[in-house]
Write a protein that binds this ligand. Structure first.
Ligand code: ARG
Length: 267
């Protein structure tokens, strides 16, 4: 229901986000900061290493995104207010620590929200940047459904549990694909199967994206071992609840539109 979906951005404004995962009571914050990452900090999520997911972008309205072109960020439609000239967004790239002085910060010039977006499906948008970000690789998007299966990586600076805080350091986690029929059982007609792809640990929950991760990529390796984006963080009922997978924009369904939109933005 839309009460769930349109919640998205509210909690995000102001801080840093992470891969949404439930925090294990009693262990929160117990792990030493700066251990660089292989130790589990939150249930299902760990710290990403500097440079591990170089295409990850934090957006100032409290969303995630991925570098689609040197000067274009792919994010969620629900993270933006519409289309047109817009200098209000700052993209932060090149760092896992949002307070790292080496962060690259670039402002937006124009936003393209998915044509026809009305809050159901079509949850993608492009943000044109004032200048190209050099030396940071882009994330290729899936153009067919070939990679809409298996295990996916999610990452973000969003809340670390339902109602939790935005994060300073980028977190990552892995979630398995959930097919439309199964996801439809969880969400009924709120799911738009042609537009959306679900992922999460159905039985146990515990690993998920969450508020503030929206707009960020869900990705995996392609046949050549390169990262490829299959999803955009969109919505879910709560975060990491058993039986309630995360719902992501199905990137392959919009690949042609995204390409066209980027062309229009001069990308
Ligand atoms: N809508 C949220 C945002 O704006 C993302 C929610 C994802 N929820 C989930 N359970 N996977 O940040």
């Amino acid at each position: 229901m839309s009460y769930l979906k349109h919640f998205k951005r509210a909690a995000a404004v102001g801080a840093v986000a992470l891969a949404a995962v439930s925090l294990q009571p009693g262990t929160a914050g117990a792990a030493p900061a700066g251990d660089g990452g292989n130790h589990t900090k939150v249930v299902g999520g760990t710290r990403a290493q500097q440079g591990e997911f170089p295409f990850m972008v934090r957006l100032s309205m409290g969303c995630g995104g991925a570098l689609y072109a040197k000067d274009i960020v792919l994010t969620a439609a629900h993270c933006v207010d519409g289309s047109g000239p817009d200098t209000s967004v700052t993209a932060t790239a090149g760092v896992v620590d949002l307070k790292d002085p080496k962060a690259v910060k670039v402002k937006s010039t124009e936003i393209l929200q998915a044509p026809g977006y009305n809050g159901k499906g079509k949850d993608w948008a492009l943000i044109k940047l004032a200048k190209p970000i050099k030396n940071i690789p882009t994330l290729k998007i899936a153009e067919s459904d070939k990679f809409n299966n298996g295990d996916f990586t999610i990452a973000g600076w969003g809340a670390d549990k339902e109602g939790g805080q935005q994060q300073r350091y980028l977190l990552k986690a892995q979630v398995p694909f959930v097919d439309d029929a199964t996801c439809g059982k969880a969400y009924g007609t709120d799911l738009t199967p042609g537009d959306e792809i679900c992922a999460g640990k159905l039985d146990t929950g515990g690993v998920d994206t969450c508020q503030g991760d929206s707009g960020g990529p869900m990705f995996r390796k392609d046949d050549g071992g390169r990262w490829i984006q299959v999803g955009i963080v969109s919505w879910g009922e709560g975060c990491a609840r058993p039986g309630k997978p995360g719902v992501y924009t199905e990137v392959s369904a919009f690949a042609a539109d995204i390409k066209k939109g980027a062309g229009r933005l001069g990308g």
